[in-house]
Design a protein around this ligand. Structure first.
Ligand SMILES: [Zn+2]
Length: 262
């Protein structure tokens, strides 16, 4: 089976002690590519370093819309500038721009929302300029994310862990966006319904490891994309092999500018 994890965070300290084993487990199960997503300047640096150490890891550099403090704040223009420059500087090394997006969970003022929209618009511009797909996080901000993308010329964008309602899912699907499905689908009806609703040509697998695992309170890791494949197979009434093959073609179509390891 050819499997892809298009969104995870192996730079997390939760993988500090056994990353080589985690990668080996994934490889033995058929995972051929792991797209590691940076979120800050520091994690972007680790992402690049990990991709040099492990050929299976393809780096995506990102700009998380909010800070990693206990009470997160919206990124300022100055903070965003640093990350946008960093992404552009490494344009030839990266497979995608991610994790980027909008997050209104902590930002309820209009000026914060406006700030996030402006930054995301600049991320979209960069994606058009350097021709790299976007891997997008959206929390309580799905509608604004779709509106920003709708007026852009971005060719490929992946909505990671998309938790919007049916109407917005339809809208995103009509815009030809792709959805990456985390293993939490085994215990979250929302993703089972999303998979039923969306054409299989617009689906990918992710883990968001160490988060969103199939088991509550247990560290998630790339090998678990197989759980997503099995769930998608059930819903689409295909075998896991057929499902994996279709999703692998989706992966290649979207991220084709970069070669995967075999
Ligand atoms: Zn993530």
């Amino acid at each position: 089976m050819l499997l892809a994890d298009v969104h995870c965070h192996l730079h997390s300290t939760q993988f500090e002690n056994d990353l080589a084993e985690v990668i080996k487990r994934a490889e033995q199960t058929g995972v051929r590519v792991i797209i590691e997503n940076g979120t800050t300047q520091e994690s972007n640096r680790i992402t690049l370093a990990l991709s040099k150490k492990f050929p299976i890891i393809k780096p995506a550099l990102g700009l998380y819309p909010i800070t990693e403090e206990k009470v997160p704040k919206t990124l300022t223009t100055a903070q965003a500038n640093v990350l946008l420059e960093m992404i552009e500087q490494h344009r030839n090394e990266i497979i995608a721009i991610g994790e980027v997006g909008m997050d209104y969970k902590w930002t309820r003022t209009e000026s914060d929302k406006k700030q996030q929209k402006q930054t995301f618009a600049r991320v979209i511009q960069l994606s058009e300029k350097i021709k790299k797909p976007l891997i997008i996080h959206s929390r309580n901000a799905e509608q604004d994310v779709l509106e920003s993308l709708q007026t852009s010329n971005v060719k490929y964008a992946v909505l990671h862990c998309f938790s919007a309602n049916k109407k917005l899912i339809t809208r995103a699907a009509d815009m030809n966006l792709t959805f990456s499905i985390p293993p939490i689908i085994t215990r979250l009806k929302h993703f089972q319904e999303l998979v039923a609703q969306v054409n299989i040509s617009q689906l990918l697998t992710e883990t968001d490891a160490p988060y969103l695992g199939p088991l509550k309170n247990e560290r998630n890791e790339p090998v678990n994309v197989l759980e997503s494949i099995n769930e998608i197979a059930k819903t689409k009434k295909l075998t896991p092999e057929e499902t994996a093959n279709i999703l692998w073609m989706n992966y290649q179509r979207i991220f084709s500018s970069h070669k995967e390891s075999r």
